[in-house]
Design a protein around this ligand. Structure first.
Ligand SMILES: Nc1ncnc2c1ncn2[C@@H]1O[C@H](COP(=O)(O)OP(=O)(O)OP(=O)(O)O)[C@@H](O)[C@H]1O
Ligand SMILES: [Mg+2]
Length: 378
């Protein structure tokens, strides 16, 4: 049986967090927070600094005593179990390997504490090191390996215990960009291979979107939205989520006309503003009645520039105010009568750049597909 097969046999469990609260003081508290993580799922907690990610993770790990709520692992109460008996895998930002133990001894430490006998321990340590691609480095000291390798040792140290749940708190944030991207892929591949139920904490939206099966976006100690990366990006349900994830034009608007089949006319930027046509996708709910306040979320990549096709819905002419080259993408700030400044972006291809340059000082035709305008409560 391969190392992977053996580790796959580890107990896997689902996690339920129900109305979890942690009050640090009368002013500072986190929660109530509720979410479920399915067996084998990679679930992220994403949010800005201070939103309560680490607090939530520490409550699950047992390092913090919740003020209220329940935590269940595999259907059984976890929050009543002492931290040292929860047997969860933990990897934190500062991976803090023991400097006086070799790589292999670091990985085997938890097994020694659990009195796993030496031969079995050696075998499991070798398997875990092989799993993270460090089979040959077991006899090195932590200070003799790179930051990325140290991070992998920290991961191996957790995985070797075959935990039912792996908790990761910003484990990649101390690594440089290239290494972070590489570790992101490695970690995800390993997690899938093992079917390891994982809760991953990060404030990096790219990381959360790239790695997660589902994620929860937190703000001010509360969950704003839970969904797949695509749902969170394409269908944000709150202004916070729309603004926090990626770039977004968020336009204040009023429903002007309500048509059939989720079609609406949306008046943006005050009474003299433009009326945009909106076509809501499936599962977006009903269009609110005319006169209701709403906000329109439009991603910059959905603002199409220099479209020379026949006149279509939501087509207008705009002045280019600013151009920002970001390498792969170019961002353009547009101004059009009856609209607030609008951010557009496109892939920096030769033809797209040439088209933008060719407009001279004139205006540019701009189009937004009615299906690319997403409505959230105003
Ligand atoms: N031990 C503590 N005592 C008092 N307040 C605390 C304690 N730990 C955290 N807090 C407060 O609780 C809130 C949530 O903190 P937490 O560490 O969970 O945030 P976070 O989302 O992990 O942020 P970051 O991205 O900066 O790590 C913050 O306002 C923080 O100041
Ligand atoms: Mg934190």
């Amino acid at each position: 049986m391969s190392a992977i097969d053996q580790m796959r046999q580890a107990v896997r469990a689902s996690l339920e967090v129900r109305g979890l609260t942690k009050a640090y003081s009368s002013e500072v508290s986190v929660g109530p927070i509720s979410f479920d993580v399915r067996e084998g799922e990679f679930f992220s907690l994403l949010g800005p600094s201070g939103c309560g990610k680490t607090t939530t993770l520490r409550c699950i790990a047992g390092f913090e005593r919740p003020t209220g709520g329940e935590i269940l692992l595999g259907g059984a109460r976890l929050d009543t179990v002492p931290a040292h008996r929860r047997d969860l895998g933990l990897v934190f930002q500062s991976h803090a390997l023991f400097p006086h133990l070799t790589v292999a001894e670091n990985v085997g430490f938890g097994l020694s504490v659990r009195k796993v006998e030496a031969a079995e321990r050696r075998r499991r340590v070798a398997d875990a090191l092989a799993l993270v691609g460090l089979a040959d480095l077991g006899s090195r000291w932590p200070q003799q390996i790179s930051g990325g390798q140290q991070q992998r040792v920290a991961l191996a140290r957790s995985l070797v215990l075959r935990p039912p749940l792996l908790l990761l708190d910003e484990p990649l944030s101390s690594l440089d960009l290239k290494l972070r991207q590489q570790m992101r892929e490695e970690l995800r591949r390993l997690q899938k291979q093992l079917g390891q139920t994982t809760v991953f904490v990060t404030h990096d939206q790219t990381e959360a979107l790239a790695m997660s099966d589902r994620l929860a976006v937190l703000s001010g100690g509360r969950i704003e939205q839970i969904g797949t990366p695509e749902q969170i990006y394409r269908r944000p349900t709150t202004r916070f989520v729309a603004g926090f994830i990626g770039q977004a034009n968020i336009l204040d608007a009023t429903i002007a006309v309500r048509g059939d089949d989720g079609v609406a006319g949306l008046r943006v930027a005050g009474p003299d503003g433009v009326v945009l046509r909106v076509r809501l996708g499936e599962g977006s709910g009903a269009v609110p009645p005319p006169g209701s306040a709403a906000a329109a979320v439009i991603r910059p990549e959905d603002v199409v520039l220099g479209d020379d096709g026949p006149d279509a819905e939501n087509t207008f002419r705009a002045q280019v105010r600013d151009i920002e080259y970001l390498g792969e993408d170019t961002q353009v700030t547009l101004e059009a009568p009856g609209l607030p400044p609008l951010l557009a972006s496109f892939k920096t291809t030769r033809t797209a750049s040439a088209r933008l340059a060719a407009r001279g000082s004139g205006t540019l035709r701009v189009r937004i597909d009615a299906a690319d305008i997403h409505l959230i409560p105003g």
